[in-house]
Design a protein. Structure first.
Length: 245
């Protein structure tokens, strides 16, 4: 099944569509079992309750190129949910395609997943793969879907880089003007500070309760990239400990 773009203004009550980006692995593998478990126990019932049609890559029945159909669904569905567990290369590629489109995407990952630095600051719902974890994930996911669908465009690393490039392209036309060089430096400085505050706030929202204690160490480090990586490593270690309990 492929979600198609249409300009039909009469079909306003047409069901929304969500494509699931997920690691699959071989049939009957542990990867497939865990991925399908999340899909059937969490994603399908939550999306059904919100009257959103769910499409999975291994559920596409239309004839044709499966990779092409996957990309079409990633580009055309109103929502994408990406399971980053195991950091599957195909999943990362498909997430980048969705980021390039700049439309709503929600990321989930099993506790213990160490996200790459490029997306470690993006909001991700971490979950425990057990019966109680299923209920928590359902509640968190439903809230985030409702918020994501209200915002037609999404902020993400590709969107931010493209926006900065366009801004620079517009400003740099007056080459050699010191005033414009000064403006670009200020834009870079402001962008770094906003990005850092956003990252710190995300850790505050999605991290552990003792974040404020660790924050004292974080704010004494002058290099923001090193500081953020330390915080990221800290929470990944916390997630590993929580998973082992």
């Amino acid at each position: 099944m492929i979600k198609e773009n249409t300009n039909n203004t009469q079909g306003t009550d047409k069901k929304k569509c969500c494509f699931i980006v997920t690691p699959l692995g071989e049939e009957k593998s542990e990867t497939r079992r865990r991925a399908d478990g999340v899909i059937e126990a969490v994603l399908r019932p939550v999306l059904k309750s919100l009257e959103i049609e769910m499409i999975t890559p291994h559920g596409i029945s239309s004839p044709g190129s499966i990779p092409q159909q996957v990309i079409q669904n990633i580009l055309n569905c109103e929502l994408v949910i990406a399971n980053l567990t195991e950091l599957n290369p195909n999943v990362m590629y498909e997430l980048a395609v969705r980021h390039a489109k700049g439309t709503p995407v929600i990321c989930i990952a099993e506790y213990g997943t160490k996200l790459p630095f490029d997306i470690s600051s993006e909001r991700t719902i971490f979950y425990n793969n057990d019966m109680f974890g299923v209920e928590i994930l359902k509640n968190e996911l439903k809230k985030m879907i409702e918020v994501a669908l209200k915002d037609k465009t999404q902020d993400n690393p590709i969107y931010r880089a493209d926006r900065e490039f366009k801004l620079r392209e517009a400003v740099i036309k007056k080459e050699g003007d010191n005033d414009f060089s000064y403006l670009l430096d200020k834009i870079d400085s402001l962008d770094n500070k906003v990005s850092l505050l956003t990252k710190k706030n995300n850790y505050r929202l999605w991290g552990s309760l003792d974040y404020n204690q660790y924050l004292n160490k974080y704010e004494k480090i002058n290099n923001d990239d090193i500081a953020l990586q330390l915080v990221s490593d800290y929470f990944n270690n916390k997630e590993e400990k929580n998973k082992d309990k």
